[in-house]
Design a protein around this ligand. Structure first.
Ligand code: NI
Length: 293
């Protein structure tokens, strides 16, 4: 080994030391850059969250303001008058005969929509006693019937026989039916048609809304025949409540004939609510009603 070699060696050692320092500096710099990038991303994300939070808070504030703005209008109208504006037509003739067509077991788009269409075309209305477990599936159909002024009442949630239930079960069944209807119509039903037409004392004590029977039974579910249904409607007179089911195309076909026919005969086709209003019947919870007479 010569001096020069040693010098070279030393220089070589010096070079490798400085390379080592530079490399570790680069590593530190790299770490610093990565750390800064991570911090930047985190800040950016937080900023976005804050923004969305602010947005939702702002929209909640706006909703609160809207609510407040609406309130004075609500308080101006007494509750019973507000309900009657929405549900009871005031331009009906109390001296002309009235009939309430009622439809159980729906909604069912293919049948209900046909019935609603012919009713609207003839300035007529009816009452639909819907089964709660069908309501979400046919929500649009029910909402359409409701918005056209028809009365949407309940036929329980599962079409269970209330007369065979304990009070607690009965309440649960109705609570479920009310909840699903309110979600779509924005209000609770005010009348019930008991499934199978069964009523007992336990029901009278427990059920808080009037129970609606019928005075004309078309037996449409049994015949499923348009002509037979129409034949059973020949006896319709002032104040009748007519039982049908919006499940069968034959029922829709019969109603398409029946509605214009009854109008021509001078009948006003009304909801059960309207019938009771015009006939001066103050329907009470837990009581059973057969007609508007
Ligand atoms: Ni039924």
């Amino acid at each position: 080994m010569s001096r020069g070699d040693k010098g070279n060696d030393r220089r070589g050692q010096g070079d490798s030391r400085s390379i080592g320092i530079m490399m570790s500096a680069a590593v530190v710099l790299g770490i610093v850059i990565i750390a800064m990038a991570v911090q930047l991303v985190r800040l950016n994300r937080q900023g976005k969250q804050d923004k969305t939070q602010l947005k939702t808070e702002a929209s909640v504030d706006q909703k609160e303001k809207n609510k407040k703005a609406e309130k004075p209008l609500e308080t101006k109208t007494p509750p019973e008058e507000k309900a009657s504006v929405e549900h009871i037509r005031k331009d009906l003739d109390p001296d002309k005969p009235m009939v309430a067509l009622t439809f159980d077991d729906g909604p069912y788009d293919r049948v209900t929509n046909r019935i609603v269409r012919v009713l609207a075309k003839n300035d007529s209305r009816a009452t639909f006693f819907v089964v709660g477990n069908r309501v979400e599936r046919y929500a649009d159909t029910m909402k359409n019937a409701f918005q056209k002024g028809n009365q949407i009442a309940t036929h329980t949630f599962d079409h269970g026989d209330l007369s065979k239930m304990k009070k607690k079960q009965m309440r649960r069944e109705l609570k479920r039916a009310f909840r699903v209807m309110k979600k779509i119509n924005g209000e609770n039903p005010t009348m019930l048609r008991p499934p199978y037409g069964n009523v007992n004392d336990k029901m009278r004590q427990t059920i808080q809304i009037p129970m609606i029977y019928w005075s004309v039974d078309t037996e449409d579910w049994a015949s499923r025949n348009k002509a037979k249904i129409l034949k059973r409607c020949k006896s319709i007179k002032d104040g009748d409540i007519v039982l049908m089911h919006d499940l069968y195309p034959s029922t829709a076909a019969a109603v398409e004939k029946l509605v214009p026919k009854l109008c021509k005969k001078g009948f006003q086709l009304v909801t059960v609510e309207e019938l009771f209003y015009y006939k001066g019947i103050d329907a009470k919870g837990g009581k059973v009603y057969f007609s508007g007479r």
